[in-house]
Design a binder for this molecule. Structure first.
Ligand code: COS
Length: 379
């Protein structure tokens, strides 16, 4: 098994790593305090190819593949988890339009996402009554001649206030997953109303908003993929998205563990560095091992995606394991810091709060287990 990286993968990782160290790690606490990410940061990331890592160069992407994307995602998350999720969803939107869009849709939207002309893309699937079960969505799109009228509400929409384009799922047919279609809706379309920011536990620099669709009218050319095929578009996009969230969890945990190691070497109690105590060493050793396991699962899923082999189950395993490992690793990092870990003086508590959502968004850990078990039992 060859775990070495290609020249392109190394270059993309190193670009993201340098930017995380030079800019993001220093500004993450301020982004959290202000509840927003500096738009110039998002534009700079686009100019470095980070908003379309796995998108063709012809559409402005880096065309570097899924593994390079996962590596870059971990590095950006190591610097700032909120910036990383903005990048994750924007990349996912760029990829889904590239995969399912018509040539006109691709040319209209993808270069705007990859260039930073749009600060972000948004993925509008979840609803107040349809989170883990998107097949129960109530938002509808009704055809009137050559136009579609969208009515309903979406919830938990990452970057919904700054996105240039939304991928929106709505019911165009009967009940269940087969009655769902997917549309591209531009920001500023009349009737699309953005609600107030959610007051979240973590990733507070990334905005999360509800959306209301009050007779939002779009042309027939806004349909992404085939009528009734929207649910599969969502599932396939989420398969790739889950690699990104697994990679984000790895990045957050890496930051927390690095800080725990530094602290364990510096902090003295009972006349010596606390890193000399076995109780602390075991926490560090467990964290390092779990983190490497998480990283390998993420890279395996990304590698399968690069080889265009099935990766749905592997992506679910990577996301579930990495997000749960990140929770344990960040929790231990707080513990190593003792009383200081519980204060905002050290970033350990932010990493712990930031990591928590990776067990929830783009499919809860419970949904990942369901995906994994179903595939086993089906086989
Ligand atoms: N790729 C392609 N197609 C897929 C797929 C995938 N990964 N997963 C399911 N499908 C297809 C199925 O093959 C099925 O097709 P047919 O009707 O042609 O047989 C269709 O989609 C419906 O699948 P299924 O019956 O399994 O749907 P369920 O309603 O049981 O839902 C889960 C399956 C639970 C996996 C899905 O609802 C899910 O992922 N939920 C979590 C949603 C989520 O992540 N939300 C977060 C939003 S973004 S923050």
């Amino acid at each position: 098994m060859d775990l070495s990286l290609t020249e392109t993968q190394t270059m993309v990782r190193d670009t993201a790593r340098a930017y995380a160290d030079r800019v993001l790690a220093k500004r993450a606490a301020a982004f959290e305090r202000e509840g927003r990410i500096d738009p110039d940061v998002l534009r700079e990331m686009a100019s470095m190819g980070l908003m379309g890592v796995n998108v063709p160069a012809a559409l402005g992407g880096a065309e570097a593949g899924a593994t390079a994307y996962a590596l870059a995602m971990s590095e950006i998350a190591r610097g700032c988890a909120a910036t990383a999720v903005t990048m994750a969803v924007t990349n996912m939107v760029g990829e889904v339009i590239t995969s399912f869009g018509t040539p006109a849709q691709r040319e209209r939207y993808v270069p705007r996402l990859t260039s930073g002309e749009y600060l972000a893309g948004s993925f509008a699937l979840s609803e107040p009554e349809a989170g883990s079960d998107p097949g129960a969505m109530r938002t509808t799109a009704t055809r009137h001649g050559d136009r579609w009228v969208i009515r309903g509400a979406k919830q938990w929409i990452t970057s919904g206030d700054i996105a240039g384009v939304f991928v929106v799922w709505a019911r165009t047919g009967g009940p269940g997953t087969a009655g769902i279609s997917c549309f591209l809706v531009e920001n500023g379309t009349p009737g699309l109303r953005v609600g107030r920011h959610e007051d979240k536990m973590g990733i507070r620099g990334s905005t999360t908003v509800p959306l209301e669709f009050d007779e939002v009218t779009v042309g027939h050319d806004a349909l992404l993929g085939v009528e009734g095929g929207g649910f599969k578009v969502a599932m396939m996009a989420l398969d790739g998205g889950r690699i990104g969230i697994g990679a984000q969890a790895v990045g957050i945990a890496t930051a927390a563990l690095d800080e725990a190691v530094t602290y364990a070497k510096d902090r003295k109690q009972f006349g010596q560095a606390i890193g000399n105590f076995q109780a602390v060493q075991w926490m560090l050793a467990d964290s390092r091992t779990e983190l490497d396991g998480a990283r390998l699962l993420v890279l395996r899923a990304a590698g399968l995606k690069d080889e265009q082999r099935p990766f749905s189950t592997e992506a679910a395993m990577a996301k579930m394991f990495a997000s749960e490992a990140a929770w344990r690793v960040t929790n231990r990092a707080v513990q190593v810091h003792g009383g200081y870990g519980y204060t905002r003086e050290f970033p350990a508590e932010r990493h712990m709060r930031d990591s928590r959502v990776t067990m929830i968004y783009e499919g809860t850990s419970e949904i990942q287990r369901l995906v994994i078990a179903r595939a086993m039992l089906r086989g």
